[in-house]
Design a protein around this ligand. Structure first.
Ligand SMILES: *Cc1c(COP(=O)(O)O)cnc(C)c1O
Length: 459
């Protein structure tokens, strides 16, 4: 170890008063800058001790490194990104984007006191669950509704309140694992219920359910196979048949609908996705689904169904632990209003994006491509297929368009990394040795940033 080198490390104050830091970091809070300088000098000390460097970099260079570190420290961890993957419900990028109306409702609820649990007509305590529930019932025909943190919580609550200590009959073909280790069999075990699997992976008949019912049975459960599809020789029992069987035994049918859309997706070319109304009309007693998948709202677990069961859920101690917060309720109510007003497809970003045709996307791709090629960037329009994402509608891809960019120098992986590291990070896919900008999830006001980023990184 070289002690002379260690002794030559500049002092913290020397860096802090250096013109490079004084000018570049004038706007940064002093404690942040001091911490960044200390961390930079500590890192230097380690490098010297390990013999990794043999000379001290000049002070201006150290200042630049400290400034970069300080700037990184000031960046929020949860940041906005440009989603150029074409995947509408990208779980890692936050699933649904809220509508402008929902975002404003969130801002208002965040800034001000509200009627969260206050009844204006009586001046007495009100109910948190009273906000989104009437709209949900109106839109779906459900008797009663409540909202919790997310759909995983909803399923946990339903099974805990209605089936604990008993058996739940479920088709083997529906024992799914959703991302993040949410597994139907494990959830049941955690709720103190015993899973009675019936049928086989590809086929389950009504008689399979019927044979499994005994005096310990508490419910029949249907789970939407959100993220996979069994093809070929398959058979499952319809909701109506399942309901008829359950009700002759005095049992409820529970359905985890996964995405749970309120409008048919057939016009978007997405087939076979049941709506919430389909499920309730078939007589399912309790349905749950996510707020931030195909509904296009905030993260939430929405529970709809018969009043007698929802009342039991509301009384369960777990409900308090899964309590939905006011910002979520504000966003959800505003999102649901768009459905009630008949403006959902125009207003809700998720539905807007899913509704874009390949021709519309091609028009946008050509416009963006022209801007890029005018700057000398190697770009062309390609036909692609977009997954919907969010573990919904598996095996169905939407016809789409992208702009494919090839870097003038360096690898395509390096370009992807530079775009990811950009001030406003741009998240792209790579295919056929090119970076793809998927048009479905881009907005026109983002083109300038994309243009600037690619001019700086792809030439
Ligand atoms: C997505 C999904 C869940 C989990 O919903 P979250 O809102 O993410 O908690 C549960 N069940 C199914 C079938 C799903 O698709």
């Amino acid at each position: 170890m070289d002690n002379t080198l260690l002794r030559a490390i500049p002092k913290v104050d020397e860096l802090l008063s250096h013109p490079v830091l004084r000018t570049r970091c004038a706007a940064l809070p002093a404690p942040v800058l001091t911490e960044a300088v200390r961390a930079e000098l500590d890192a230097l000390r380690m490098q010297i001790r390990s013999g990794a460097i043999a000379a001290i970099p000049d002070t201006a260079a150290l200042c630049t490194r400290a400034a970069e570190r300080a700037e990184r420290m000031q960046q929020p961890s949860l940041r906005g990104v440009i989603n150029a993957t074409g995947v509408t419900l990208h779980t890692n990028l936050g699933r649904a984007c809220l509508s402008a109306r929902a975002a404003e409702a969130v801002a208002e609820a965040a800034r001000s006191y509200s009627t969260l649990e206050y009844d204006l007509s009586t001046g007495a305590r009100g109910e948190r669950y009273s906000h989104a529930a009437p709209l949900l019932c109106r839109l779906t025909g459900a008797e009663s509704a409540m909202v919790v943190n997310n759909n995983a919580a909803a399923v946990l609550l339903i099974l805990s309140a209605l089936t604990s200590g008993g058996e739940v009959v479920t088709s083997r073909g529906e024992l799914v694992e959703i991302g993040g280790s949410f597994r139907v069999p494990d959830i049941m075990e955690a709720c103190g219920a015993v899973l009675r699997e019936v049928g086989t992976t590809n086929k389950t008949h009504l008689s399979d359910y019927e044979r499994a019912i005994n005096e310990s049975t508490r419910a029949l459960m249907k789970v939407h196979t959100s993220n996979f599809r069994i093809l070929g020789f398959t058979e499952s029992v319809s909701r109506a048949e399942l309901v008829a069987l359950a009700h002759t035994h005095g049992l409820p049918v529970i359905e985890d609908l996964g995405s749970g859309c309120l409008t048919s997706l057939e016009p978007f070319g997405i087939h076979g996705e049941p709506t919430v109304q389909d499920s309730l009309r078939a007589g399912v007693d309790i349905v749950s689904f996510s707020g931030d998948k195909l509904l296009g709202g905030p993260q939430a677990g929405i529970i709809l169904g018969k009043k007698e069961y929802i009342d039991r859920l509301k009384r369960h101690p777990l409900t308090r632990a899964m309590r939905v917060d006011k910002l979520t309720l504000a966003a959800l109510e505003a999102t649901l209003r768009a459905y009630a007003d008949g403006t959902a497809e125009r207003e809700i970003p998720t539905l807007q994006m899913l509704g874009l045709t390949q021709n519309e996307l091609r028009g946008e791709a050509e416009a963006l491509c022209a801007l890029l090629t005018a700057r000398g960037i190697d770009a062309e329009v390609t036909d692609e297929q977009d997954p919907v994402g969010g573990g919904s509608v598996p095996a169905q891809l939407l016809p789409a368009c992208a702009v494919a960019v090839r870097p003038r120098s360096g690898s395509v992986d390096a370009l992807e990394q530079r775009l990811r590291a950009y001030q406003t990070p741009i998240i792209v896919r790579i295919a056929h040795e090119r970076v793809l900008l998927g048009m479905r999830t881009l907005r026109r006001e983002q083109y300038d940033t994309i243009l600037k980023a690619l001019t700086e990184t792809a030439l």
